[in-house]
Design a protein around this ligand. Sequence first.
Ligand code: AQP
Length: 335
Amino acid sequence: TPRVFSGIKPSGGLTLGNYLGAIKRFVATQGQGMETIYCVVDLHAITVWQDPADLTNATREVAAGYLASGLDPAQSILFNQSQVSAHAELGWILNCVARLGWMNRMTQFKEKAGKNAEKQSLGLYAYPSLMAADILLYHATHVPVGEDQKQHVELTRDIAAKFNHDYKVPEFFPLPEPVIEGPATRVMNLRDGTKKMSKSGESDMERINMTDDADTIAKKFKKARTDPEPLPETYDELSERPEARNLVDIFAALSDTKPEEVLADYAGAGWGQFKPALAELAVSKLAPISVEMARMMNDPAEIDNILGKGADRAMEIATPILHRTYDIVGMIRSR
Ligand code: AQP
């Protein structure tokens, strides 16, 4: 059976980008005859500094976001990465397979490091090979991600192919497919339509957080940067209007329609009409989730319990694959 793996970093509060680009699509894959494994990738989060108490809290918040959005621990394996040590172990082996030249081409490192590459952690640079381990450890076949992670899934394929080739085990690691679909695979920053919406962006006004209340959501959309033109009739006419296109894409993703259909309803409308409608739609979708997240965050022991049980199930799949990997590499396993 096809096996789906994906994850989210607990590096801050969840954004609408994480919801539309990842969580909503994770929920849609559940119960479709595939095995689904969703991780809170805490080892990835510490590639940039995380205050320990904030990390703990953000880990629970991502888990609560999964659960409140409809991921069901009876149908999907939900856990945090550091509880399954096989991720770090396979990550090391894959560090020895991945080439420096491949890592040097990763645009996310360049974007995150900016002009300050020398000051970044070694972990941030090696991030993509740990991500390859996350996926390959389960022999996952499908990886639902946002557009920004496509290059890392392609690198995962290269690492898998090189391992299979070097160790002469052509079928060992399946080459996973990135699954990038829907109108919101790249939700943009509300203040700059050329940058993606991120948890760790400088200003809170750039993003919608999944836990924002109705007034905050309305205010952020109201202040979102746009242009003076009304909404056009065709989607093509938005190609040079990144901020406008972003809001139309968000509307489409939230309402499970296509951007073209949104324009069919709103062509000719001004932002004074569209933005309040968008805010109302976002609140209607996010409010029930954030209420449930807040309820769960009051019972951290329950979240931790779910993550622990998920980690046990993840280990059942991961441990034999890790052990076979050690055998292939030639490491002695004598106990
Ligand atoms: N703006 C986005 N639009 C669509 N999808 C997005 N994702 C993130 N931002 C957007 C998708 O969410 C999943 C989890 O991402 P992540 O937390 O592992 O890392 P990220 O992509 O680096 O997310 P952030 O929010 O930008 O975090 P920070 O600021 O801490 O780096 C992935 O599938 C991602 O594609």
